[in-house]
Write a protein that binds this ligand. Sequence first.
Ligand code: GTR
Length: 356
Amino acid sequence: MIDELLRQRHLPDLLRFIDGEKVTRENWDKRREEIIRLLSQEYGDLPPAPVSVNFLQKSEESFCAGKANLVETILICNLKEGGEFSFPVKSVIPVKDEKQPSFILINFHDDVPDRYLPSEELCDLGFAVHSFCYKDITSDDENYNGKLASFYCGKKENLERGKIALWAWAAIRVLDFVLTLPETDPEEIALIGHSRLGKTALLAGGLDTRFTTVISNNSGCSGAALSRDKEGETIKKIFNRFPYWFKSGYGEYADKEHELPFDQHFLLALCAPRKLYIASAALDSWADPLSEFLSASAATAVYELLGEKGLDSDNLPPEENVLLHEGKIGYHKRSGTHYLSRFDWNAFARFIKTGC
Ligand code: GTR
């Protein structure tokens, strides 16, 4: 049934190079580079890494009845083109001696806790969490005056890269920071984002293999969901409202999804063989849960090529609230609407701690 639904979407083959050569375990790294080049037609390339990043601790206070410390750090990035770009990161770090698994959250707000960031619950589950507010990186609109956007986006009429690429670049700088902390277990660093920031998490996490788990929550169009035959939001709709999220040429695929030389399962496949989690919400028809699920299913081919189980399901999207945690690609369809809920966080924590 899944195979038949995937066939009907006429997806480009992950396991064939553009010139038709077959992809094998041996040449996967080369194919990965080709996929990254293809996807840059959508988001543009990330800006270059800074020459160096300095970390300035601004404050530290006891938090959650003494179970954790809340630390604010300013990341000062020395840009390749000259000048500095700085932004704050807030960390909740459990007080304990051993190394800890961490989440890096790309968030809509800078509050800790926040409706999307249950920091005390995560601390009780044994996780450190580091969050930053995407608007501290660049505004979520067509303004290109800020330092990063003026350096790296180019002209409004011909954007070299969109704002998703800038937010993704920042998530990678937070990873640079988290890896310097003595408490961090480098084998368990999960990147997570919701909605437009889920698209961002997939891009950053797909590109930088130091993230050991990549989590997309309700990321939908131009995120986890396949673009071909997608319900709800389409390339035309997203590009009309948010052209500045993408590289300019992406809009040319509006109503021409079948001409795309890739689809969103290419983005998911960049995470292989690392842990990947795609979470949908049952009433989120704009994001299209079925297209998110099928995309995870299609990316499974690369996990299998690399000797891992991907999405472990022969059935169509499972019942609501059932966790598919058997393979390296986790999936659930939570009941309710577009949101990053406690249910989602608990499922992600469980997948990381007990999954595969
Ligand atoms: C919507 C957009 C979606 C999703 C969402 C969000 O307006 O159409 O693609 O990203 O915003 O980020 O909340």
